[in-house]
Write a protein that binds this ligand. Structure first.
Ligand code: HEM
Length: 302
């Protein structure tokens, strides 16, 4: 106890503070409780359905759960990207964590695909237009933290994408809302760009030389953790860019197709085509996949 008090004294003296003030403060402060620490009240007040359909609550909460998981993924990836040096063992561990969160997102998707009343969903979703999960900025931030922007550009436009700013005219995700023939953008896309485009360009610029892919390419193949890390990256690439998208697409199909007829999505994309990983070809680490695997992207299981 004496040693502890001495350390506390030293700590506050080093800050130019009177240690006694802080010790007295401890005497009066109330013990912390769970609900304040975790902010339960704030969290449970973040759900605002727009209709009286009971299942809309499930829809909102599961999107929020996903956003929290995406935040966890970003949290891990940030600790790889925004540090000066990263040990390869820690690099692989952080990627594994990101994979585990992505697995949770995939395995829990039944909450959506089987957990809502079909007719009710198809009524309440109409009051959400033109909002769409497509407008999740964390999803796009993860892409930019993870790979070089050129890997997010559609194959046929790679030569035109000469700068970061200009690459944003050719990204794969524009296909969800841009008619390339007329140049017309959907309201969902316009709203998203208005709110986040500047931020995303800034993010892409700041991650240009430090994103996960770039960092991986600097690691020597004879590093003792090279193979482990490579396999961890392959797994994450597969889970985030094939497994989750396929599960998400199956869910969309289970609600938006009736008797073989496709309904329009709230974001108005040609969604069945767009959402398939073999069409998007979003691949964070193309260098670590074989030619055969790249050719069959979206059509094989890892
Ligand atoms: C019943 C459940 C769902 C349906 C029917 C559905 C449908 C769709 C559709 C049709 C799109 C294409 C864009 C559009 O036209 O709107 C889309 C995109 C997207 N949705 Fe969902 N979605 C569902 C659940 C979710 C959930 C729970 C999330 C979690 C945040 C989510 C995140 C996304 C993302 C990130 C995109 C963009 C994907 C990409 O660009 O690769 N969706 N969704």
């Amino acid at each position: 106890m004496e040693k502890l008090i001495q350390q506390i004294e030293e700590k506050y003296k080093a800050l130019g503070q009177n240690p006694e003030t802080y010790l007295k403060g401890l005497l009066h402060s109330k013990p912390l409780n769970y609900w304040d620490y975790v902010q339960v009240d704030a969290l449970l007040n973040l759900q605002t359905p727009r209709t009286d359909f009971a299942d809309e609550m499930i829809f909102i909460i599961y999107h929020q759960v996903t956003e929290l998981m995406l935040k966890l993924i970003k949290h891990e990836i940030s600790q790889i990207v925004f540090v000066d040096e990263i040990d390869t063992k820690i690099f692989a561990e952080k990627v594994d964590r990101a994979s585990r969160y992505t697995e949770i997102l995939t395995s829990s998707f039944g909450v959506m695909s089987r957990g809502m009343n079909y007719e009710d969903y198809n009524k309440f979703r109409l009051s959400l237009a033109p909002a769409s999960g497509f407008q999740s900025v964390q999803f796009r931030e993860i892409e930019l933290y993870t790979t070089n922007i050129i890997n997010l550009v559609k194959t046929e436009f790679k030569e035109k994408a000469t700068t970061i700013e200009n690459s944003f005219n050719y990204l794969y995700w524009l296909d969800a809302g841009l008619d390339r023939r007329t140049g017309k953008k959907s309201l969902t896309l316009l709203q998203f760009e208005e709110k986040y485009l500047a931020h995303l360009i800034e993010t892409a610029n700041s991650c240009k030389t430090i994103n996960m892919n770039t960092k991986f390419t600097t690691i020597k193949t004879d590093d003792v953790n090279y193979e482990t890390l490579k396999n961890a990256l392959r797994k994450f690439d597969y889970l985030f860019n094939v497994k989750w998208p396929l599960t998400h697409l199956e869910t969309a199909e289970s609600y938006l197709i009736e008797a073989g007829v496709k309904r329009a999505a709230t974001g108005m994309s040609d969604w069945q085509k767009y959402l398939h990983p073999s069409y998007q070809r979003r691949i964070f680490f193309p260098e670590i996949w074989s030619e055969e695997e790249l050719k069959n992207w979206g059509n094989f299981a890892l």
